[in-house]
Design a protein around this ligand. Sequence first.
Ligand code: SF4
Length: 257
Amino acid sequence: MTDVRLLVQRFDPLTDEKPRFAEYSVPKREGMTVLDALLYARDYLDHSIALRFSCRQASCGSCGMKINGRLRLACYTQVEELGGEKVVAQPMDNFEIIKDLVTDLGSFFAKHKQLMPYVLRSDSQEMDHPSAEFLMKPEELEKVLQFTYCIKCGLCTSSCPTVGTDALFPGPQALAQAYRYLSDERDEGGKRRIDALDTAHGVWRCHYAGSCSAVCPKGVDPALGIQLLKRHVMSGKARSEGAEVWKQQAAAAPPLK
Ligand code: SF4
């Protein structure tokens, strides 16, 4: 079998002024993934390459990166599906680079937590000392099921043009998870969650580019979740500043031709 040309973007913010590409020649084998190629390069050619990975089976979301210009999981992308000759690995956009292919996901997880991705109940006694499971009916589970497949890889947030221009925007992952819990029949934390996302930098900043859904490796449709979230807020469950601003802008916009 021939070798594959592997180009890895290298950048250490502590020592480098700007990113550069390093090229490695990696022996190809059947079924080789991009992660396999990167690990071969790191183990046998250059120990200094920095990358993050864990499960190797598209479950943990650690190895998200830009591969041949598209956001993907390295463990879930075969070299052969990229043409088998050249692989270009770069870190995800919209996040600070820690080193090479490793990005800082601190803000991503902070936004995820900010929208309270868990069932909230008004009875604090039951929250702290649950007496039983809060069961879901199968038809209720069906409504939110796809959003539970999220592995928090960050690819959708990396692809989002609004995240790229507004650091306070929660991003598609956090908003889709907010919808997942808002639409859960067991949840009683609607107002708290809506107050956190119905702001000038919140849900209304989504312009429905749709790139989040296009790159998700788990079949989640965050763009759909965000549109359903807007409907949820507008439906009268909560009306506040963000929705009002959006309605005023919509009323002032020129008519569509
Ligand atoms: S919605 Fe998809 S792309 Fe976004 S973090 Fe979850 S699994 Fe990754």
